[in-house]
Design a protein around this ligand. Structure first.
Ligand code: IPE
Ligand code: IPE
Ligand code: MG
Length: 242
């Protein structure tokens, strides 16, 4: 299917990439093998996003809760992040992709943080597609850090307290780590689970959801395009009568 046949393209598509472990288990392999293969799916989705005109693609790669996994898996995942970023960045830059990592960066190691900074600096000027990797992220953590930021701003600038107190929901957006990024139009979760697992809680207020049985390592271009087709048929009413 060519991009011309797809109408009503979402601006921001977000992926809850789930099922890597089960994908590996089905093949009698270690869980990390599934994570490794999952990187290929991210690459395929980036290509599909560029081809279809999606402007923001975000992926949930590691939640705050995922720190509670066995140390061995956490270490393998963090190592994979560094390697994948280093390996993919030149191609991403060449294709006009702006790369970002959002989440609780304080919990990431020095090596990973240095790689993230270098990739973000290198691609900051690109505007064909923004690829956001949510790393050490959770929705409740984001809302809490936003509230703390707001309170600190009030304490530092008492003269602005009234303005802040009168703020509307859009004003609160700028304290979230996603400040300046449009809310996801479509959130896809793979692997048959129908939950949000503490992902973009505030930002998903009016997102369309799609839950698919496909395991993340099998989610490639065709699945991405099918997700866009599903989105194109949705009627977003935002509480109004149409
Ligand atoms: C998603 O796959 C990747 C991460 C959450 C890091 P999982 O590792 O959760 O795979 P399953 O759900 O156990 O199959
Ligand atoms: C959600 O997957 C988090 C990411 C995709 C990074 P999990 O596998 O951690 O979610 P649960 O535990 O099934 O809710
Ligand atoms: Mg999972």
């Amino acid at each position: 299917m060519s991009s011309e046949t797809i109408t009503n393209i979402p601006v921001h598509v977000s992926m809850i990439m789930d099922g890597n472990g089960r994908w590996a288990k089905e093949r009698g392999k270690e869980r990390v093998y599934g994570h490794f293969e999952g990187v290929e799916s991210v690459r395929a989705c980036v290509e599909a996003a560029l081809e279809t005109g999606v402007r923001y693609l975000s992926v949930f790669a590691f939640s705050e809760e995922n720190w509670n996994r066995p140390q061995e898996e956490v270490t393998a995942l963090m190592g994979l992040m560094v390697k994948a970023m280093a390996a993919e960045m030149k191609a991403l830059d060449k294709n006009g992709v702006r790369f970002m990592v959002l989440g609780n960066r304080e919990r990431l190691g020095d090596e990973l943080n240095a790689e993230i900074d270098s990739c973000m600096d290198m691609t900051a000027h690109n505007d064909a597609l923004t690829l956001i990797v949510f790393l050490s992220y959770s929705g409740k953590w984001d809302i809490l850090q936003a509230a703390k930021k707001m309170t600190a701003e009030m304490a530092a600038h008492p003269e602005r307290a009234e303005e802040i107190m009168n703020m509307d929901v859009n004003g609160f957006d700028r304290y979230l780590v996603t400040a300046g990024i449009p809310d996801p139009d479509l959130i896809v979760r793979t692997s048959g689970e129908s939950r949000i697992s503490n992902y973009l809680l505030w930002q998903s207020a009016y997102s369309e959801f799609l839950f698919v049985d496909t395991l993340w390592p099998d989610f490639r271009k065709e699945e991405f395009r099918k997700a866009l087709d599903s989105y194109a048929k949705r009627d977003r009413r935002y509480g109004k009568v149409k």
